[in-house]
Write a protein that binds this ligand. Structure first.
Ligand SMILES: [Zn+2]
Length: 239
């Protein structure tokens, strides 16, 4: 068994690639053997899944039960509140979400929690893809409940022509510089009509981060971004 990438204990827990509450909300009904959801990964045929707890819906075990449980529960919880709001409200591209209408408690704390939820998803995706990337700053942010300076998220309409029950976690796209260094890694998390783009970069010079955000202690509104973005860097490798 490998070590938990967040705290170093034994990794005995696999996080859902798409949160179970998101899957449940998107499919809106009971999932069982008689009414399964359909699951597909690159190159593998669609197959029915009769439970939202199925291992196929999770990352490989790369964190421990404590990190997946009590440590990150507040992050999951804040994301669930925002996700529920996004599912219930059709907000067009360019329009703002006033976070005072979303969160009842401290907005800053909730924004940080949502950010840390995607830090966890991103870190687990990196390990699943066996991408060599130092996750220590992400782990440190999650452990110390502080913002990770290298991770940005954007909320947008999915605009993918799929049904509102379509959920997906994209493959990681790794953009490298001509000299071989990594410029950034991109991943997106889709639940029905909206998606969250996640960009990780230690050098954002030249990147188009329009409508992306990270906690800065003063976020009151979030703009719904568009699906388009125009990075100067072209994909050289995709894992
Ligand atoms: Zn752990």
């Amino acid at each position: 068994m490998s070590d938990c990438w967040i705290c170093g204990a034994q990794a005995d827990s696999g996080e859902h690639k798409i949160k179970k509450t998101d899957l449940q909300r998107a499919v809106s009904g009971t999932v069982n053997q008689k009414s399964p959801i359909y699951h597909r990964v690159s190159g593998i045929k669609k197959r029915p899944i009769g439970s939202l707890k199925a291992e196929a819906l999770k990352f490989e075990k790369s964190i421990c039960a404590t990190c997946n449980g009590s440590l990150t529960q507040p992050h999951d919880y804040s994301w669930n509140i925002l996700s529920s709001y996004l599912a219930d409200n059709v907000i067009e591209v360019g329009k703002e979400i006033d976070l005072i209408n979303v969160f009842e408690g401290d907005i800053e704390e909730n924004v940080l929690n949502v950010h840390l939820f995607f830090c966890k998803i991103f870190g687990c995706a990196v390990l699943d893809a066996k991408l060599e990337l130092d996750l220590s700053n992400l782990a440190n942010s999650i452990r110390t409940q502080s913002s990770c300076s290298d991770l940005y998220i954007k909320i947008r309409r999915s605009n993918n022509g799929k049904s509102s029950s379509y959920c997906a976690l994209s493959d990681l796209q790794v953009f490298t510089l001509e000299g071989g260094g990594m410029k950034y890694v991109h991943l997106f998390y889709t639940v029905g009509n909206y998606s969250v783009d996640i960009v990780y970069s230690t050098d954002i010079a030249g990147l188009d981060l329009t409508d992306y955000f990270k906690p800065n202690g003063a976020i009151a509104k979030v703009v719904i971004g568009s699906v388009e973005y125009n990075q100067e860097y072209s994909a050289q490798t995709t894992s």
